[in-house]
Design a protein around this ligand. Structure first.
Ligand code: SAJ
Length: 414
């Protein structure tokens, strides 16, 4: 790309790459930046280094048209979108190292007048802090007392659901939180190039908190379902039937229990609210604790069922963090398999994960864990554990399970 790109997207992961691609598909010249040279090479070849429906065709198209290119260094651009990880530390506070690294890389490239948007999930105040990092590095761009800075900062959180990103990135409403009203207005104009949903203007701190509140809302509701499942187990009631019946009430919509809550958003974001007001965030903290305790409950259940076999063969169906994706980050199912492998060294654990070709390194090194096809694993197993409701498992003939001991955390076969 010879001319200054309209947009530079820093971080080409699950959010940055779809955002870069959709901006390019709607007329922007986009440079994407990533620290991983393999990702850069793959994207420049029109390929996507992870599973997300319909993303690859858009990436291939815009790369071929010369509207999107990936590289490892940050160029000058009119606008920047920062989509880097914001994990939490051991004390459940934000680890802002990736945001700082992005700010350090952007600061020297600025001429004044640019728009810098943080899309990463952030505790309230991080966008303002990112602005401070950049302006501290570039005091020449800081406004005189009472005058505006010449760089504009905004927080525009992504809200897309992995597995449906290419639909939701266009259709969902978006919150646009400007550190200043002018920043919000400029960010609104950028998102209006591809977003068909409503663009809702607010300030950066409210935008940051709204994103956290959305994911905490879901976490609290999943915790309710998980708690019900553990209560029903104790008093011998089928939780799936219970939820189905209760959801016939016009104002009740209970979510689904599972092996726990995974992914890099819902299991993380509530902690930023807890960190912001620890003595007030009681329900939000408790929901996290309930969901985090669910893998222990499932593990105990599997061990109890497997106890009648001397050297049990256990088929573990799914290690992704949810259905029909290949993402293993913060996956409770994967944690359950790891712990099972340690607790039952004489068991043979046959992992079935249709969305990956090889076991992740932390499982690959274990002598009693192998990756298998669904039919073979079920055929050989004494105990079948359903950990993810992948389509492929739902399509299975339940008669294959008739002779098996079954632990079904997703209620597919119950
Ligand atoms: N889960 C259940 N029961 C349910 C629903 C989900 O146990 O009824 C589990 C899933 O199996 C998974 C976890 O919760 O382990 C999270 O899955 P999810 O589908 O609820 O959400 P994510 O993490 O894929 O995406 C969420 C979405 N947020 C909300 O729905 C409020 C998405 O819109 C956000 O953009 C995304 O977090 C994000 O990036 O923050």
């Amino acid at each position: 790309m010879e001319t200054t790109p309209d947009v530079c997207v820093v971080g080409l992961g699950y959010i940055g790459l779809p955002t870069a691609a959709i901006l390019a598909a709607n007329g922007s010249n986009v440079i994407g930046v990533d620290v991983n040279p393999h990702h850069v090479a793959e994207i420049n070849a029109g390929r996507v280094p992870f599973v997300e429906p319909d993303l690859e065709s858009v990436v291939a198209g815009v790369v071929a048209q010369g509207r999107l290119a990936a590289q490892s260094s940050v160029p000058h651009a009119d606008a920047y979108i920062v989509a880097v990880p914001t994990p939490f530390t051991e004390t459940y506070e934000v680890d802002d190292a990736y945001v700082r690294a992005a700010a350090d890389a952007i600061a020297p490239m600025l001429n004044g007048g640019e728009l810098i948007i943080l899309e990463s999930t952030s505790p309230p105040g991080l966008t303002e802090q990112m602005g401070e990092f950049i302006l501290n590095a570039r005091p020449d761009l800081t406004g005189a007392p009472g005058r505006a800075n010449s760089v504009h900062f905004a927080h525009c959180p992504e809200r897309v659901l992995p597995g449906r990103i290419m639909v939701e990135i266009v259709q969902n409403d978006r919150i646009i939180g400007g550190v200043t009203p002018e920043a919000a207005e400029r960010a609104r104009a950028l998102y209006a190039t591809f977003c068909r949903g409503e663009l809702l203007i607010t300030d950066a701190r409210t935008s940051e908190m709204a994103k956290l509140a959305e994911n905490s809302y879901r976490d609290v509701n999943i915790a309710f379902a998980n708690e019900l499942s553990m209560i029903c187990d104790r008093i011998d009631i089928d939780v799936w039937e219970l939820i189905r019946l209760a959801n016939h009430h016009p104002r009740v919509n209970i979510l689904q229990p599972g092996p726990g809550v995974g992914g890099h958003c819902i299991a993380v974001d509530p902690w930023f609210i807890v960190a912001a007001a620890p003595d007030r965030a009681k329900l939000i903290r408790l929901a996290r604790e309930v969901n985090d305790s669910k893998p222990d409950f499932v593990l105990e259940k599997i061990m109890a069922r497997a106890a009648k076999f001397r050297d049990p063969v256990i088929a573990a169906l799914g290690i992704a963090f949810k259905a029909d994706i290949d993402d293993l980050r913060e996956s409770p199912s994967k944690t359950i398999v790891e712990r099972l492998a340690s607790e039952l060294p004489h068991a043979s654990i046959l992992v079935v994960e249709p969305n990956i070709d090889a076991l992740p390194s932390d499982l690959a090194g274990r002598a009693n864990v192998t990756l298998r096809e669904t039919a073979d694993a079920v055929d050989e197993a004494d105990v079948v554990v359903v950990l993810v409701d992948h389509q492929q498992f739902k399509a299975m003939d339940p008669r294959a399970l008739q002779e098996k001991v079954l632990v079904d955390t997703k209620g597919i076969f119950l």
